[in-house]
Design a protein around this ligand. Structure first.
Ligand code: 2P0
Length: 351
């Protein structure tokens, strides 16, 4: 009998950023956050896991290269927690269920995009790991329960187990049992919302999120203001904007939160810079594009957001996608052949 499962999880892009932990072992954040999960067709991690009585240890291959599973580390915690759930929810209630929790697992995971370049590879990676083990172990758990375990792999991973618009509620319990992800609205709620990923640089980033955010917690006075006075209201406001499909409100909050996240990075000692000159030029272009539309209609039509790296994500509605790609390609000529995944330029020529 073969016990094996393969699942995928997409990247999520935060509109309200997670930056800072109040508990670094359980990965409990200093503020709630909210993201959009991209669809499965583009940036994703795919993970296969297999349990077998002949295996002598748990092993992991990431993009075909074996990685050590450190005892007591995040990967080992996730695997241990998933085995615990298998025992508790399946084996202890069904005497005929195979004792998979006693077998070692082999796990192979593959990202279809650059790892650790500010494109949230740890988020999709740990989400795919947890969902693959949940499938292997036939766990009868809703995504919110699984999010408690993905969170302990990488905070932002808890938001990638569900599609659409997902909030990670910071919670208040020291156990972390209320620090989980909840879906605000499914992807089908707002199908016209698009995310354009502008890869400025796909090299591995200099300061990891994990170490960077704790330096911010220790040294940034601005972070304290953000946690207490800014994020709670933004969570309420952006959730309403999403439910109302109010792009103007959604976009303004998203841009403001990206800018404040990079401001707290800069307010860290020593300061952390994730954006580069190209990132800042993208901000200028989107701001100018929006200025023109605000003059005409009173509303913005695009929102930029940047994570812990220089790459931009631009949210916009479907009707503007072509125009915005044209502008980006004009201002930032592509070194390599521009790929046109949606065939938007198929009949235009010249690009
Ligand atoms: C986010 N980022 O909300 C924010 C915005 C980066 C900037 O979540 O230490 O890789 O593994 O919990 O999840 C990056 O943080 O950090 C992140 P750990 P993680 O998407």
């Amino acid at each position: 009998m073969v016990f094996q499962a393969t699942t995928s999880a997409p990247v999520n892009i935060a509109c309200i950023k997670y930056w800072g932990k109040r508990d670094t072992t359980l990965i409990l954040p200093t503020n709630s956050s909210l993201s959009v999960t991209l669809d499965q067709d583009h940036l994703r991690s795919t993970t296969s896991s297999r349990a077998d009585p002949s295996f002598t240890s748990d092993r992991l291959w990431l993009n075909a290269k074996e990685e050590i599973i450190k005892d007591g580390g995040r990967m080992s915690t996730c695997i241990k927690e998933m085995k615990r759930l298998r025992k508790q929810l399946v084996e202890d209630t069904d005497p005929n269920a195979p004792k998979l929790s006693t077998y070692h697992v082999h796990i192979a995971s593959y990202n279809n995009f650059p790892t650790a370049a500010g494109l949230a590879s740890s988020a999709s990676g740990f989400a795919a790991l947890v969902s693959s083990l949940a499938a292997l172990y036939s766990l009868p758990c809703p995504p919110t329960t699984l999010s408690l375990i993905a969170r302990q792999g990488s905070g932002s991973a808890c938001r990638s187990l569900q599609g659409g618009f997902v909030a990670w509620e910071q919670g208040s319990q020291p156990t972390g049992l209320d620090s989980h992800a909840v879906q605000i609205a499914p992807e089908s709620h707002w199908p016209t919302l698009h995310a354009l990923i502008c890869v400025v640089n796909d090299a591995k980033k200099g300061t990891s999120s994990t170490s960077g955010m704790q330096r911010t917690v220790e040294t940034s006075p601005l972070l304290q203001h953000r946690i207490k006075n800014v994020v709670p209201q933004r969570m309420v406001d952006i959730s309403k904007a999403i439910l109302d499909k109010d792009f103007d409100a959604f976009a303004r909050i998203t841009m403001a939160d990206s800018n404040q996240f990079h401001a707290v990075a800069l307010d860290t000692t020593p300061p952390i810079f994730y954006m580069n000159d190209v990132s800042r030029a993208i901000i200028a272009v989107v701001e100018e594009y929006n200025r023109v539309w605000v003059e005409k209609t009173g509303k913005v039509k695009a929102a930029y957001t940047f994570d812990a790296g220089p790459n931009a994500v631009i949210y916009t509605e479907g009707e503007n996608v072509k125009e915005i790609i044209e502008i980006i390609v004009r201002f930032f000529p592509q070194q390599e052949t521009f790929k046109d995944p949606f065939g938007l330029f198929a009949n235009d020529g010249g690009l």
